[in-house]
Write a protein that binds this ligand. Structure first.
Ligand SMILES: C[S@@+](CC[C@H](N)C(=O)[O-])C[C@H]1O[C@@H](n2cnc3c(N)ncnc32)[C@H](O)[C@@H]1O
Length: 255
């Protein structure tokens, strides 16, 4: 029997209508779909139970190891199965798709990466925030907020971002919001810089909080923003208040 193919597929930010046609077809045709929770309930509900394998968080908060996922992908392909590894947003934007590509190549498995709509762009957009704008920002940086900015070896150089002048989109940055907003102000960014947070973009329960570097922590707490959420920092975040009255209500809007 010949080996199967692994498809590293992005599911988009959660609205099933933002799943690509190719993702939809590959999910339908796959023998097995390995997923975690990030694709969201609406998309996961459409996958038949008999071909779903949940490799997300286990009971008691344990997380399935990346090593297990890598090995399982290769094992299934070597058994001749066509496998979809379904990931929220785009598979290589903080999605560990890069690690899976390397592992599969090293183990002789044929794979294809199927891009998805990343939440890092879609989240701001549905809140009325363009990540670039001729008058406000000609660059954008996607960063993880998971790291402690006070850590000496932090992989994110917040001072360099503060000096850069472009839009900063923080993923996984709900808990450490106080630390990295303080780090940006300390590095010289104006405390009045507009900031927005978008939780569950394009899904049921979507919530948006707005403020400035100085006020966003209170706004987060006031709105009860929880993961998954994005933080958008920069003048573009101020666009929302100029357009919000004209944003068509969606089934997911909750603000
Ligand atoms: C592990 S990263 C994966 C990102 C994903 N690959 C992407 O391209 O959107 C998870 C983070 O993505 C962001 N995220 C994913 N889906 C989201 C959504 N629907 N609304 C807001 N943030 C989302 C959150 O910051 C979350 O903590």
């Amino acid at each position: 029997m010949s080996d199967g193919t692994v498809y590293l597929v992005g599911s988009g930010p959660g609205d099933p209508e933002l799943l690509t046609l190719k993702a939809r077809r590959l999910i339908d045709e796959a023998d097995v779909v390995l997923h975690d929770k990030l694709p969201g309930p609406d998309i996961l509900a459409e996958i038949p139970d008999d071909k779903r394998e949940d490799v997300g968080k286990r009971a008691h908060g344990e997380v399935t190891s990346q090593q297990y996922i890598n090995e399982r992908l290769a094992e299934l392909a070597h058994e001749g199965k066509d496998v979809v590894r379904l990931k929220g947003g785009d598979p290589t934007v903080f999605g560990r798709g890069g690690e899976e590509m390397l592992y599969l190549a090293e183990h002789g498995v044929t794979f294809e990466v199927v891009p998805g709509v990343t939440s890092a762009i879609a989240g701001p957009e549905v809140a009325g925030i363009p990540i670039t704008h001729r008058d406000h920002a000609s660059s954008v940086t996607f960063v993880t907020g998971h790291e402690d900015p006070d850590k000496e070896e932090s992989a994110v150089d917040w001072a360099a971002l503060a000096a850069g002048g472009g839009t900063i989109v923080v993923l996984m940055g709900v808990t450490r919001l106080p630390e990295y907003t303080a780090a940006l102000v300390e590095a010289g960014m104006d405390p009045e810089t507009p900031v927005a947070m978008v939780e569950r973009a394009t899904r049921e329960g979507q919530q948006i909080a707005t403020g400035t570097l100085a006020t966003i922590v209170d706004a987060r707490d006031g709105a009860g923003i929880e993961p998954p959420a994005l933080t958008i920092i920069g003048d573009v975040a101020g666009t929302r208040e100029r357009v919000v009255d004209f944003l068509a209500p969606t089934e997911t809007t909750d603000d």
